[in-house]
Design a protein around this ligand. Structure first.
Ligand SMILES: O=C(CO)[C@H](O)[C@H](O)COP(=O)(O)O
Ligand SMILES: [Fe+2]
Length: 220
């Protein structure tokens, strides 16, 4: 039996004036992880939130906080996010000179470590990291904003990474982020994704729709 796909709503599409309430609503609606997009206005052309907000949101859900760091440099903030309550900390290898050291830092804090690949970043980037990480996050949009369209060339990359992961024999999550809809979710799953980030598609229609939106993304 294949395991059900995990859904990680990106709170980038939530109502920022009511973030705690929104986190409780997606938790109650049956999401698996809470995806938190951290942007610095430097590595990506948008600014969002920092560790203080992660800390404030932490009591609102017991589900894993999946923190996607779009910041450079990254190392000096890892401990702050770990202490704020992140469970999974993912970063872009382009954000610093020593990605393997960043993986070691995240793991030393007892957190799951993820590598994020931008649309132009090849799967090969993972060659000497894959044995030490817990998650690969494939960006199916250029990072920085929600509500963009899925870049279908990433499907080939998801397929290639699925093969790399299976070859390791380790339990590494393959997550896809950006432009996930009820049309693109099945494509990403068929290519080998096991976890889908969905901002726009989860939060559309207001809180009364979140459970139905999540079920639809799972293909149920
Ligand atoms: O990392 C991100 C953007 O950089 C977001 O997680 C992503 O864009 C999700 O938003 P949507 O589902 O609306 O595409
Ligand atoms: Fe993200």
């Amino acid at each position: 039996m294949t395991s059900p796909v995990r859904i990680a709503p990106s709170i980038l599409s939530a109502d920022f004036a009511r973030l705690g309430e929104e986190v409780r609503a997606i938790d109650a609606a049956g999401c698996d992880w809470i995806h938190v997009d951290v942007m610095d206005g430097h590595f990506v052309p948008n600014i969002t939130i920092g560790p203080a907000v992660v800390k404030a949101l932490r009591p609102h859900s017991a589900k894993p906080f999946d923190v996607h760091l779009m910041i450079s440099p990254v190392d000096q903030y890892v401990q702050d996010f770990a202490e704020a309550g992140a469970d999974i900390i993912s970063f872009h290898p382009e954000a610093g000179p020593h990605p393997h050291r960043t993986v070691q830092l995240i793991k030393s804090l007892g957190k799951m470590a993820g590598i994020v690949l931008n649309p132009h970043t090849p799967a090969k980037m993972l060659d000497y990291l894959i044995d030490d990480i817990d998650l690969v996050l494939v960006m199916s949009v250029n990072p920085g904003f929600g509500g963009q369209s899925f870049i279908s060339s990433q499907l080939r990359k998801i397929e290639a990474i699925r093969k790399m992961i299976d070859k390791t024999g380790r339990d590494i999550r393959l997550e896809v982020d950006g432009g996930i809809t009820t049309q693109t979710a099945p494509l990403a799953i068929s290519a080998g994704a096991d976890t889908l980030v969905a901002g726009t598609a989860t939060f559309k229609g207001g809180a009364g729709q979140y459970a139905a939106n999540i079920l639809a993304l799972r293909g149920e």
